[in-house]
Design a protein around this ligand. Structure first.
Ligand code: SUG
Length: 416
């Protein structure tokens, strides 16, 4: 057995809608009130997974959460029938699809006890995401039940934590010890800084990380103010490569200095603001890309269609490829339904480095299984949802039935 990086993608849930719930996420605000297409959204996600499998990557899944979030509404003394439209919208969001916010993961190679540690994110800053952790924890405990893993409860909600979206790992190869970088926010101008440094420090302690190989870095205020509500909107790392926008970090020189000392093999690829503005980077989600190493060893960047459509970004990528930079190949995927809520290819996946045999096989997929999941989605997922219809009893029934059908197909009825 050998450790591989596995991308676990959140399957887009049947209640996917544009409720405009995320302050500071410009796409979410821009698309408030648009009619969503849950079926197309989920099928786009499956096609992204299929393309990754064809690249030779190992692919996993997380299942949609129960929506409406009845348990959360019950705790608030209400129900789907009686909740205010605002509460109901917060209970109907399919936001758990963005698996990069599910947890922070420290592979076995970095931890004191040699286990792979996962801390589920509390996501306390956004109301609609603050209740995700309960169902996420249940799923992580199933998928990673093997005792090579340690799955932790969330950091207390005093300190906001948004998971792997604010965490990067630099290493010579995935299956070797790495330097873990936690990125936190202090201020975001008009927008909230969602990741608190104390949450980062707590996770590093709980995971048993070596302080000499752990860094805490502040995200730049201007990046958050421009719409980079998570670090993974302006930076992404894979093995030796750190790919980032010039304005991603509050004190770039100090950060690169400390990182270079701890990881001399670092290959830093910076996109200068003069070539790609922060606005273009955020609109195109150039950095919310999957940066991966397929079996052929050619570092590959998987970008959304919006990156190809943004001239400054596409021009930069073509020049980088022509100049034989660290990124050797660029693949384009269509995840427009997710993008319209501020979720790119990287938001949709959680990376876990481990031996695939140690994962519950119900959470792993190959192409045949993707075909079967696509059939269920084509049959049960609503074609479209208008925000005004979120409280409709017929829609609620359809959404619940759809999830039950998918759990059945995956043999995961115990998550019901
Ligand atoms: O938390 N969007 C998500 C997008 C998360 C993207 N993840 C990463 N960058 N890793 C968020 O803002 C929109 C929901 C709505 O408006 O209904 C939303 O939650």
């Amino acid at each position: 057995m050998s450790a591989r990086e596995i991308n676990f993608d959140g399957i887009v849930g049947p209640s996917h809608n544009y409720g405009g719930l995320s302050l500071g996420n410009l796409a979410s605000a821009r698309n408030l009130g648009q009619v969503s297409h849950p079926r197309a959204a989920a099928l786009q996600g499956l096609e992204k997974m299929r393309a990754n499998i064809r690249l030779g990557l190992v692919q996993g899944i997380f299942l949609p959460q129960p929506r409406p979030a009845r348990a959360w509404l019950t705790d608030l003394g209400t129900s789907p029938e009686e909740a205010s439209p605002a509460l109901l919208a917060n209970a109907m969001s399919a936001s758990a699809m963005w698996a990069a916010n599910a947890a922070t993961v420290s592979p076995a190679f970095d931890t004191a006890d040699g286990r792979t540690h996962l801390t589920v994110a509390n996501l306390r800053t956004m109301v609609h995401r603050s209740h995700e952790w309960v169902a996420t924890l249940a799923q992580l405990r199933l998928a990673f039940a093997n005792n090579v893993f340690a799955v932790h409860r969330p950091v207390p909600p005093t300190f906001g934590d948004e998971g792997a979206a604010n965490h990067m790992r630099l290493c010579a190869r995935h299956d070797q010890p790495g330097v873990e970088v936690f990125v936190y926010g202090v201020s975001g101008g008009p927008y909230p800084a969602r990741q608190h440094v104390e949450a980062c420090r707590a996770i590093a302690r709980r995971h048993g990380l070596d302080p000499e190989r752990t860094l805490f870095v502040q995200q730049s205020e201007e990046a958050i103010a421009a719409g980079a509500f998570h670090n993974d909107v302006v930076a992404v790392a894979n093995e030796r490569v750190l790919f980032a926008h010039e304005q991603a970090f509050a004190d770039k020189d100090a950060f690169l200095g400390s990182l270079g000392e701890r990881f001399p093999e670092l290959d830093y690829v910076e996109v200068p603001a003069a070539e790609v503005s922060l606005d273009d980077a955020i609109r195109s989600y150039l950095f919310n890309a999957q940066l991966v190493t397929p079996p052929d060893g050619r570092t590959t960047l998987i970008v959304p269609e919006e990156a190809r459509e943004t001239p400054s970004v596409w021009g930069w990528l073509q020049r980088h490829l022509a100049g034989n930079g660290a990124i050797r190949d660029v693949r384009v995927v269509d995840v427009r339904q997710s993008m319209a809520n501020g979720g790119g290819p990287a938001c949709l996946r959680l990376r876990v480095v481990c031996e695939p045999e140690t994962v519950d096989p119900r959470f792993l997929v190959e192409e045949g299984k993707l075909d079967r999941l696509a059939e269920v989605i084509a049959r049960y997922w609503p074609e479209e949802i208008a925000v005004e219809a979120l409280g409709s009893p017929a829609l609620i029934r359809d959404v619940e039935q759809a999830r039950t059908a998918l759990l059945g197909e995956c043999g995961l009825g115990e998550l019901a």
